[in-house]
Design a protein around this ligand. Structure first.
Ligand SMILES: C[S@@+](CC[C@H](N)C(=O)[O-])C[C@H]1O[C@@H](n2cnc3c(N)ncnc32)[C@H](O)[C@@H]1O
Length: 248
């Protein structure tokens, strides 16, 4: 597999698991609630979850009435957890890179992906593969790191700016219009992600034949601000981008 499989790195995997186990994490306070609001009706539907990780969302789809869910991930360690903690007769886990999904010969009503597509180099090719795998009227719903987050090459050029009272007032970032590979430190050095400016990203979705329906840069609800007051910084710099598109 030519794609990086960083989640099977022991240090990375342990760091990531610890982060997601925390009571208070941005995924649970912001990204997951926003994704949940955008889910189509899943009664009797088939779902493909790209980069399903530990399978939490796969279980959720079944609870929302999905009759068949395929959870696909490149990481053996993540799938090991999924197979232990998120099993159901309607769920099948497959170890495969999502860059190879053209080999699947089934169609889906929903292709879903939470925070995995920024690991993919050829986004346009993936969008075409997804469009081919969707039934007519099928939905693509994905979240990824916001392009403002992925943009900056030298991370010392990405930072909040504070006023004299120590309050965040703005955010500095760079390299927004330099699309391409980024190597970041996240638990370990050399984590590879891909930056795409918003225009490129949305155009590649449209070029695949999908119709854009909703683009969301989630902001925190009052209950989330109560749990984590510093989350108001999302009004200065969004962490997530969520896109919903349909095959018409
Ligand atoms: C940040 S985790 C998100 C996991 C899960 N979707 C969730 O929200 O809990 C990203 C996942 O994408 C997977 N991934 C990264 N590159 C992949 C690829 N090329 N094909 C399939 N999965 C991939 C990783 O192994 C990891 O499980």
């Amino acid at each position: 597999m030519s794609n990086q499989n960083i989640f099977d790195n022991e240090t990375f995997f342990n760091g990531y698991k610890e982060l997601r186990a925390k009571d208070i994490c941005l995924n649970d306070l912001l990204e997951q609630p926003a994704m949940a609001e955008m889910l189509p009706d899943l009664t009797g539907k088939t779902v493909l979850d790209l980069g399903c990780g530990c399978g939490k969302n796969c279980i959720d789809f079944v609870q929302h009435g999905a009759c068949k869910v395929i959870g696909l991930d490149i990481s053996e360690k993540m799938l090991e957890v999924a197979q232990k903690e998120a099993t159901h007769e309607n769920i099948e886990y497959i170890r495969m890179s999502m860059t190879e999904i053209s080999k699947l010969n089934v169609k889906f009503d929903l292709v879903y992906s939470s925070l995995a597509l920024h690991y993919i180099k050829d986004f346009g090719a993936l969008m075409t593969d997804i469009c081919n795998l969707l039934n007519v009227n099928g939905t693509l719903l994905f979240s990824q790191e916001h392009p403002i987050i992925t943009a900056t090459i030298d991370e010392s050029n990405a930072h909040f700016n504070y006023d004299e009272n120590g309050q965040r007032v703005s955010y500095t970032f760079s390299d927004y219009n330099r699309a391409g590979k980024r190597e970041k430190n996240w638990f370990v050095d050399g984590v590879i992600k891909y930056h795409r400016p918003m225009g490129q990203l949305l155009t590649e979705i449209i070029s695949s034949g999908l119709t854009l329906k909703e683009i969301v840069e989630p902001t925190p609800k009052p209950w989330a601000i109560e749990k984590l007051p510093t989350i108001v910084k999302e009004y200065i710099k969004p962490n997530f981008l969520i896109v919903k598109a349909v095959k018409e």
